[in-house]
Design a protein around this ligand. Structure first.
Ligand SMILES: Cc1cc2nc3c(=O)[nH]c(=O)nc-3n(C[C@H](O)[C@H](O)[C@H](O)COP(=O)(O)OP(=O)(O)OC[C@H]3O[C@@H](n4cnc5c(N)ncnc54)[C@H](O)[C@@H]3O)c2cc1C
Length: 409
């Protein structure tokens, strides 16, 4: 049988599903992606309205992600790069911490910053060097602890943890106690140290858009309710026969798609306009107060609305506020802590299912658990850890398992 004649279905056209499809296509197969919504990308989306790009949540591509280097064409994405480090708003002051080796302009601000001791700053440098020499597979096979316990054990002071690590990693892990695995901390810190945080010129949604161009048929508005090794049930009552099925969504023992099986971390992303940019594009601002709702802020590259700069703000704290209350609170915090006077509110994206809240984090799937007991191939970031790299790694590994099984047959 010709490889193209195998009926291979992939459930979900998020990043993991798209990379699974791309990998299968590279091996000569022609898989079909079934997607519940009207567009590819899943959690990675950008809306454009009134000439402004609105990413669904602030997320960045770390350019050193091994999977991203393999599957994406960075040049075509026309990446904008963030400067290493951050601007820290604390007690009415604004301080900068950077990587003077890669951004010499941050040398003096980093030396003078009082957000941590001299010893802390040397330790950041030492950790960066140490993680450069540590392989990703060693990172993910090391014993896990919490990020907070790891930082303390490494000898960082409570001051630098509160002023830098907590706000910075709260925005990445989407939780503010740093209970997330030290493995993910080491991986992300390594990636920040070796590459850059970047955003495509057309917004984060350009990543799945680029992948979608390389893959075969995509069937939108097709919500799958059940998957088995050779059969798929669509919510509208139709069934589809298949030689192989890859599900990028959690599946229970009866074959039902169960996103509720995963515990999710959430965030809110608010967009405003301001009269003038208060700091440069390409720098991430952090509010280092533990009780604020505002975690991080930045000016999206080149984005203006009616000539006024656009500001993106992320709230990580869980809350019961109405949208109106949240906007009011954030505007007040921006005024008080960041000396930013908002001109107008543009949009809010409450993201309830942002990152899977999981332990025993990995970056490469275990080959023995790529198929479930019913014979369905599994992918999705919920199996490894919430990141574009993990989503891509899971999709690639599931596709390679299909290839192995079919080539053997
Ligand atoms: C706010 C936010 C910030 C983030 N920040 C970063 C960051 O800075 N860096 C980073 O590397 N990663 C970040 N991530 C994580 C990254 O976006 C995800 O890990 C990745 O997109 C997950 O891809 P996925 O394919 O596993 O899942 P998803 O993107 O969730 O894809 C699942 C797909 O399945 C579809 N679907 C659902 N149910 C059905 C059904 N029944 N039938 C058919 N289709 C269905 C969905 O519509 C979706 O398209 C962030 C995520 C969010 C939300």
């Amino acid at each position: 049988m010709d490889k193209k004649d195998y009926k291979i279905y992939i459930i979900g056209a998020g990043v993991s599903g798209l990379v699974a499809a791309k990998t299968l296509k590279e091996h000569g197969f022609l898989p079909v992606l079934l997607e519940a919504t009207q567009s590819p990308g899943g959690r990675v989306k950008t809306d454009t309205a009134d000439g402004v790009q609105f990413d669904h949540g602030f997320q960045v591509l770390l350019t050193d992600y091994p999977q991203a280097k393999k599957h994406l064409d960075y040049k075509a994405l026309e990446l904008h790069y963030f400067k290493p480090g951050a601007l820290i708003f604390k007690d009415g002051t604004t301080q900068r911490i950077g990587d003077p080796l890669r951004d010499p302009s941050s040398f003096w601000p980093t030396v003078k910053a009082t957000i941590g001791s001299v010893k802390d700053k040397f330790k950041i440098y030492a950790l960066t060097r140490q993680l450069k020499a540590k392989s990703i597979s060693t990172i993910f096979s090391d014993t896990e602890t919490t990020t907070l316990a790891y930082l303390k054990a490494y000898g960082f002071s409570d001051v630098i943890i509160a002023n830098f690590f907590k706000p910075f990693f709260t925005g990445i892990f989407l939780e503010d106690t740093l209970k997330t695995s030290s493995r993910l901390f080491e991986f992300v810190f390594k990636m920040f140290g070796e590459g850059y945080a970047a955003l495509p010129a057309n917004g984060i949604g350009a990543i799945p858009a680029q992948l979608a161009k390389t893959v075969g048929p995509l069937e939108f508005e097709t919500e799958v309710s059940q998957v088995h090794a050779h059969k798929i049930a669509i919510k509208n009552g139709a069934t589809v026969e298949a030689h192989a099925v890859i599900s990028t969504l959690p599946v229970d023992e009866k074959g039902n798609i169960r996103t509720q099986q995963v515990t999710w971390k959430s965030c809110d992303n608010l967009y405003f306009t301001v009269h003038n940019r208060t700091f440069e594009e390409g720098i991430i601002g952090l509010v280092a107060h533990k009780d604020t709702f505002t975690n991080n802020l930045y000016y999206p590259f080149g984005q203006t609305f009616n000539g006024d700069p656009v500001l993106s703000v992320t709230v990580v704290k869980n809350h019961e506020k109405t949208q109106e209350e949240l906007i009011k609170t954030v505007m007040e915090e921006l005024r008080q802590h960041c000396q930013i006077q908002v001109k107008s509110f543009l949009r809010a994206y409450p993201i309830k299912q942002a990152l899977p809240d999981i332990t025993n984090l990995g970056m490469q799937p275990n080959p023995n658990s790529i198929r479930n007991e019913q014979g369905v191939y599994l992918a999705g970031d919920h199996l490894l850890s919430g990141s574009l790299n993990a989503a891509m790694a899971s999709g690639e590994a599931a596709a390679e398992a299909v290839v192995r099984d079919f080539v053997q047959d």
